[in-house]
Design a protein around this ligand. Structure first.
Ligand code: ZN
Length: 568
């Protein structure tokens, strides 16, 4: 799970949609034009405005204190990471390589903007509003994981008549393809061998270069997993990693698969750890069992046997690739997602400090200045923002995970299917706030944190909803806003249009929503989850004017990594 990797859908009509016709405009039609099945690859003129929503930002870290062996290892890991981008490009959409080749062959200025935005989006669709900026085909729900045009019902029917296929078909690490009349599951190690083999070799070279035995062990083991699709052992080793280089590379999140949420996307984070800052936060992991006990649900649904190792790492990013590089940039993540590893060892939270700092300065503060009532603006603080991100991540490790439904052992993820991600993200947001309140009660945070938490949380919703309500995080934000508003915890002054928090009502409202979401998860109740989204996951009318005030503030950053040789 990650914070801040949302692809949003803005309200339709906000961006004028001008399609250039080849021959009329002279530019915009790509040579060949055959890659997109729904017609020629026409470049939409809006591409410049779309690109402008992502502020180019240099993301770097001080590597001068690292020994030469570690710096050399980093270079190898960056090389391996480039393969993650190549694989993810194909996971996002099978025709992406062809589209990229068309763009590379075109020479006009519009095509070069489109190439830049294609690299932001990893495909012809804007990850903020889903609109195609190249051609007119709709984004397939199953991305590149399933045969083009395959509907959900077809795979469900196949599994009813071929029950033995359930495990490979629902596997995180297979793609589904057609073989004549049949559907077949092909392991990632075979489908993506062309990139996984060299990446494995580079990770092994990095393992030889580093002086850190735990890092070398993880890299060797992950290299092996690339070729066997068995990630369990390397996930376990990743949990034990404690080195100045903190690297996460492989198939992890399932957000890209909106058809079923089964398939994991390849990604990479190459970072350096601030060991001192990490140590300062380590005390929170001791609070995890108490936080689980404190959840507002019956004890029978609490997950009291979960591992509590849950290391916390504060890092600065020097390179990212694949899934996480697309669209909105990650500020923190909580991995692995494998419930077996989480039961045994908890999960590791990685906080991307230099990315968070960049977003606070260029996005969150300017947003608060325009939509929050002036008296409450001083409550938007860096400390509250950092803690909300941290406790969002900690909360992914709390609450129902492996559950018992109708006498069968199963997972919340499998029961809630494509609704799982959005509900889990909303859970992490509200449960994170709920847990900070708990630590205020326990005097681990000062009382002044309470109002800072509430107002920073509200400003964060405006930041988050600009990512759109079709993707997991954005949908979760709309759900929270509407729920908390219905409880009177968020109010808008009709005169000024400014939003504020009702400081008395917010605490009880947060407890109520944590309870409701956790119970849906504990029961693995798909219909209840669908009902919750139907009622609450809508853009509220009063937000329109608020969102209009944010025009000109970038939606997110577009990272430039000098350590990997990138420049503006
Ligand atoms: Zn999350």
């Amino acid at each position: 799970m990650r914070a801040d990797r949302c692809e949003e859908r803005a309200s339709p009509g906000r961006h004028p949609w001008i399609v250039l016709l080849a021959g009329l405009a002279g530019a915009g039609m790509l040579a060949g034009g055959a890659a997109l099945s729904a017609g020629p690859s026409v470049i939409d003129k809006s591409v410049a405005a779309r690109l402008a929503k992502f502020q180019p930002t240099r993301i770097e870290a001080d590597l001068s204190k690292l020994p030469k062996g570690e710096r050399d290892a980093l270079s190898k890991i960056i090389e391996a990471s480039r393969s993650m981008s190549e694989i993810f490009l194909r996971q996002a959409w099978v025709e992406n390589p062809g589209i990229r080749a068309e763009l590379a062959a075109a020479s006009d200025p519009l095509a070069s903007l489109a190439m830049k935005y294609f690299q932001v989006s990893f495909g012809p669709w804007d990850r903020l509003d889903e609109a195609p900026f190249l051609g007119s085909a709709r984004r397939p729900e199953g991305a590149g994981f399933y045969p083009p045009g395959m509907e959900k019902a077809e795979l469900e029917r196949w599994l009813q008549t071929h029950p033995d296929d359930a495990a490979p078909f629902k596997s995180l690490f297979t793609v589904i393809r057609r073989d004549g009349e049949r559907l077949v599951a092909i392991p990632y190690s075979r489908e993506y061998r062309q990139w996984l083999e060299p990446a494995a070799g580079q990770l092994r070279e990095a393992a030889r270069l580093t002086g850190n035995a735990a890092l070398a062990g993880f890299l060797e083991s992950r290299a092996a997993a690339f070729l066997t699709d068995d990630y369990y052992e390397s996930d376990m080793k990743w949990m034990d990693l404690d080195s100045s280089i903190e690297v996460t590379i492989g198939p992890y999140e399932t957000y890209e698969d909106r058809l079923f949420g089964y398939k994991a996307s390849f990604t990479s984070f190459v970072t350096v750890q601030d060991a001192e800052a990490s140590a300062r936060l380590a005390g929170y992991k001791n609070e995890l069992p108490a936080m689980e006990r404190n959840l507002p649900i019956p004890d029978a649904h609490k997950n009291l046997s979960r591992g509590t190792e849950s290391p916390i790492r504060v890092v600065d990013v020097i390179y990212t690739a694949g899934d996480t590089r697309a669209g909105v940039q990650t500020v923190a993540y909580n991995l692995p997602n494998d419930e077996r590893v989480r039961e045994a060892k908890g999960s590791k939270k990685v906080l991307l400090r230099n990315v968070m700092d960049a977003k606070l300065a260029s996005i969150l503060k300017p947003i608060a200045e325009r939509v929050i009532t002036p008296a409450q603006r001083p409550h938007v603080t860096a400390e509250a923002f950092f803690n909300e991100v941290l406790f969002h991540e900690l909360s992914h490790g709390l609450g129902p995970g492996s559950i018992n439904k109708n006498g069968m052992q199963t997972e919340v993820r499998l029961e809630l299917k494509e609704l799982y991600s959005a509900l889990e993200e909303a859970k992490a947001d509200v449960m994170g706030a709920y847990n900070i309140l708990y630590l205020i009660e326990k005097k681990q945070f000062p009382e002044t944190m309470r109002h800072d938490l509430y107002v920073t949380f509200l400003a964060g919703m405006f930041r988050g909803v600009r990512f759109g309500i079709e993707e997991a995080h954005g949908k979760g934000v709309a759900l929270q806003y509407n729920y908390l508003s219905a409880k009177g915890a968020i109010v808008r002054d009709p005169q000024s249009g400014y939003f504020s928090v009702d400081f008395e009502k917010m605490g009880p409202a947060l407890e109520a929503i944590v309870h409701d979401i956790c119970m849906v998860q504990a029961l693995g109740d798909y219909d209840a989850a669908a009902g919750m989204f139907h009622t609450y996951a809508k853009i509220p009318p009063e937000w329109k004017e608020g969102l209009d005030r944010l025009e000109g503030i970038p939606v997110d950053i577009r990272p430039i990594y000098p350590a990997a040789g990138e420049s503006d």
